[in-house]
Design a protein around this ligand. Structure first.
Ligand SMILES: Cc1cc2nc3c(=O)[nH]c(=O)nc-3n(C[C@H](O)[C@H](O)[C@H](O)COP(=O)(O)OP(=O)(O)OC[C@H]3O[C@@H](n4cnc5c(N)ncnc54)[C@H](O)[C@@H]3O)c2cc1C
Length: 388
């Protein structure tokens, strides 16, 4: 049965999230973008308001939301500031591997601290020499009694400088490609772990992006999430659960870009009339609206599949691919509606344009999503047409 209605609880959650985004995030969005300062105060407010750790089950202190609720919240937050939302959402990315493969004891030890007080957890697969090719990671782990020793560098780690905890992926020494990857819960204060200076970025400047260095970091074996060699599967399952939220972020950003473009077009004059009178411009806005509807539907479909315990791998990749590509196009078109003013930092659309680009890159680039979808087409998809 297909049902596009939100429940009363979901509608109330959206209203609450929208109010938080407009009251707390939007007014400071420009400030944090320009200064690059970490928006800790806003994240703490979001934590207190119940907008972080969305999918942590109630028994471990979280709200126990499903993926639908998660994408509803994320769309609203990203409509106000994608950069702050990226920092906020990384706790979902960090908690997801524990939710997916943690033992009951690990969930109690690792998830409960995230919900009891404001804490940040980062997720680290990427390295200086690899990002897309997760199976190609070099950071190494080796067993020594009841411990694992980790060595290597992680690159591009969101909130890395501020995280209290990390989920770090590394390869068992002597293994190759997919077989040998492992995931560990690593507290920040662990000896041998350090972080570098924040990496300067084009957009999402309110989110911190850092290098994490591991030098003989000793992790108790009971901090391994899943089994030895399960790390690749765990990373892919995590992305299946979190990619719809990138679709939701792209949807939120696009909605704002469209709304700013409508508002501006109604007051800007050219050729002795409002530019909103030009049909060419009206059609651009109509395309934006219809693409945003499509982005949201794909995102909600992927989230719905996840909430129904169904394999959402392809749906998640479709949601992320289409939404990120469309967000970049919509942000570009919105900037065009502003003409020269769109190119100035005085107006919000310049930031939206810079922020939109990241959706095509992190949590698997657009090319990687296409690779996932095309592999499905050639290996699993059942065509109706038999001939050529
Ligand atoms: C702001 C920011 C925050 C990030 N946060 C995190 C984080 O918190 N944790 C984390 O682990 N990582 C994080 N990342 C890393 C991110 O996931 C990677 O940048 C991304 O996966 C791409 O990897 P790469 O940069 O190494 O590019 P590469 O993998 O080197 O790719 C370079 C280019 O080649 C293309 N390409 C690669 N392989 C193929 C292929 N098989 N077919 C076609 N094209 C291909 C890519 O699409 C890309 O265009 C973050 C990145 C950024 C920019």
């Amino acid at each position: 049965m297909i049902d596009f209605q939100l429940t009363e609880e979901q509608k109330a959650l959206r209203e609450k999230a929208r109010k938080f985004a407009l009251d707390e995030m939007l007014p400071v969005s420009k400030k944090y973008d320009q200064s690059g300062e970490f928006p800790r105060d806003i994240l703490e407010k979001a934590f207190k308001a119940g907008f972080m750790n969305l999918r942590i089950p109630k028994e471990f202190g979280g709200p126990g939301f499903g993926s639908i609720e998660s994408v509803i919240v994320v769309e609203e937050m990203a409509a106000a500031c994608a950069g702050i939302t990226t920092s906020m959402y990384v706790n979902e990315l960090g908690a997801e591997p524990i939710i997916l493969m943690g033992t009951e004891d690990q969930k109690r030890r690792f998830l409960v601290p995230l919900t009891q007080q404001f804490r940040l957890i980062s997720f680290a697969t990427s390295e200086p020499s690899m990002g897309s090719d997760v199976a190609g990671m070099q950071a190494a782990c080796e067993r020594e009694g009841e411990y694992y020793i980790l060595n290597g560098d992680k690159f591009f780690i969101t909130n890395g400088d501020y995280a209290d905890f990390f989920i770090i992926f590394a390869r068992m020494k002597g293994t190759k490609r997919h077989q040998g990857l492992c995931a560990f819960f690593v507290p920040r204060e662990t000896e041998g772990l350090s972080t570098g200076k924040p990496l300067p970025k084009l957009g999402h400047r309110a989110s911190d992006t850092s290098v994490v260095m591991l030098r003989n970091v000793r992790i108790p074996s009971e901090n391994m999430i899943g089994q030895e060699g399960n790390g690749f599967l765990l990373a892919m399952l995590t992305f299946m659960h979190t990619r719809p939220a990138i679709g939701a972020m792209a949807t939120g950003l696009s909605r704002s870009a469209m709304e700013y473009a409508i508002n501006y077009s109604k007051q800007r004059q050219a050729f002795e009339q409002k530019i909103s009178n030009f049909q060419a411009l009206q059609h651009v806005l109509a395309d934006m609206y219809s693409r945003i509807e499509a982005m949201r539907l794909l995102t909600w479909k992927a989230a719905w599949l996840l909430d129904h315990g169904t394999n959402a791998n392809i749906a998640s990749s479709c949601a992320k691919l289409i939404s990120s590509e469309d967000a970049m196009n919509i942000a570009t078109q919105a900037l065009q509606v502003y003409g020269g003013r769109g190119y100035l930092e005085n107006y919000a659309v310049a930031k939206l344009f810079r922020d939109a680009k990241l959706f095509q890159i992190y949590e698997g680039t657009s090319q990687i999503q296409r690779q996932v979808i095309s592999r499905f087409l050639f290996e699993e998809y059942q065509p109706t047409m038999k001939g050529i």
